[in-house]
Design a protein around this ligand. Structure first.
Ligand code: GLN
Length: 412
């Protein structure tokens, strides 16, 4: 089960540092083509991160709700894939980056099939596939799915829904074009209204990080433990997010950030580091590609600092972590990077919550300790010592971690 970490742990502090540095970045414009979205607070800025163990970290306005908008798209795509399978869904929507803006008429010339499920046309086609006897039943399927990803019941911002329904002619036009070409599975007005409702579902950055983490965790919500979609579906969704999630900035994004991601016009942005973390940001001002300025900058920084780029060579020696109850020891093995260090320090914190007893961190079999992991562990050890819970560190890295030596690479 998940737990919230307080402001005194080093992971939260790292997030807070990014939040502080980027809080002064004031470029971009808040989306106004949906009138209700123009009311957003351009200074609002939240960051959240959830590990595969369900540990939750946050900084800034991570508890402020906003509408999902296009961040809903990968999750409804997941729902369609779970209901119908990849082959059937692929008859209606492709998986090629369009290289075009989110609201472009990205339809294949011969079939009228939209290029992918992350642009509006493809998302409307995907939503049209959600089964249900009535519009209400179909929407309930969508909302239940989004809620399962988030691990709590979400709701709809009716004012935003009404605002988009009143002004969404371009999306309705896309719906009619697809219907005319035979690539929309239901009536265009029904499909677009369902789509406007899914876009108006309200969640916080903290929720979005859980949703992202669920995709990164093979479809299992790491906080509730619920299997939301199969591992196969999670992989399919992440693949399309990696190539298409950031619209016409997707290639550049994969190059620089290296994480499957999805942005939305209300300022939400999720990124998934498979088997590691779900990350989410909220900050309303958007750049010219329709992606949130601060969110994109935050993800660039987090990916770099935490070593999360997908194409990065995994460090040799898969890290493992055991707790040896009799010795009161947390035993780590293999190469420790940010991800592994987060698990080590969570295990240490859990042990300190238990009644007093010896606390040992055994790093004898740690092969590599990268700079980020070292900084996190050192900060944790310092804090525990300051609280009167000193940890005995054993292994070659012990002296460095307890501050008696200068930093140098671990060599054995
Ligand atoms: N509801 C919005 C629209 O269709 C979603 C777009 C987005 O977030 N990029 O225009």
């Amino acid at each position: 089960m998940g737990d919230d970490h307080g402001s005194d742990d080093p992971v939260t502090e790292a997030l807070a540092g990014v939040h502080r540095r980027l809080g002064t970045l004031d470029d971009g414009e808040v989306a106004a083509y949906i009138p209700e979205l123009a009311r957003a607070d351009r200074a609002g800025f939240g960051l959240a991160l959830v590990s595969m163990d369900g540990h939750r970290y946050a900084a800034g306005d991570a508890g402020v709700p906003f509408t999902l908008q296009s961040v809903s798209k990968p999750f409804v795509y997941a729902l369609a894939l779970a209901e119908l399978g990849l082959d059937e869904v692929s008859r209606w929507v492709g998986a090629e980056p369009s290289g075009e803006a989110f609201n472009a008429i990205s339809l294949e010339e011969d079939t009228g099939r939209p290029s992918n499920a992350m642009v509006n046309a493809g998302a409307i086609a995907t939503t049209a596939l959600v089964p249900g006897a009535t519009p209400a039943e179909r929407f309930e399927r969508v909302l239940a799915c989004l809620s399962a990803f988030a691990g709590r019941r979400l709701d709809v911002d009716e004012a935003v829904h009404a605002s988009e329904a009143a002004t969404g002619d371009r999306n309705r036009a896309l719906g009619y074009l697809m219907r005319g070409a035979g690539s929309l599975a239901c009536d265009p007005l029904l499909a677009t209204d369902l789509y406007f409702r899914q876009c108006a579902v309200r969640a916080t950055a903290a929720d979005l990080a859980v949703m992202a983490a669920t995709l990164g965790n093979g479809g299992v919500n790491p906080v509730t433990g619920e299997l939301v979609v199969s591992g196969e579906v999670a992989v399919q969704v992440l693949s399309v997010m990696a190539t298409c999630g950031m619209y016409d900035a997707s290639g550049e994004w994969l190059l620089r950030v290296g994480l499957p991601a999805k942005s939305g016009v209300s300022g939400g942005l999720i990124a998934v580091s498979p088997a590691r973390f779900g990350v989410a940001c909220w900050s309303p001002p958007l750049d010219v590609t329709g992606n949130p300025v601060r969110g994109a900058a935050a993800l660039r920084e987090l990916s770099e600092r935490f070593g999360l780029h997908l194409m990065r060579n995994p460090a040799p020696g898969t890290p493992t972590l055991d707790v040896d109850g009799t010795r009161g020891a947390v035993v780590a093995r293999g190469a420790l990077d940010f991800t592994a260090a987060e698990r080590v320090l969570s295990a240490l914190r859990e042990r300190t919550a238990a009644p007093a007893g010896p606390l040992v961190l055994d790093l004898t079999r740690v092969t590599v300790l990268d700079a980020m992991a070292e900084a996190l562990l050192r900060a944790t050890l310092d804090r525990l010592a300051a609280r009167g819970r000193p940890v005995t560190v054993v292994g070659p890295a012990a002296e460095r971690l307890t501050g008696r030596h200068t930093v140098r690479p671990v060599d054995g």
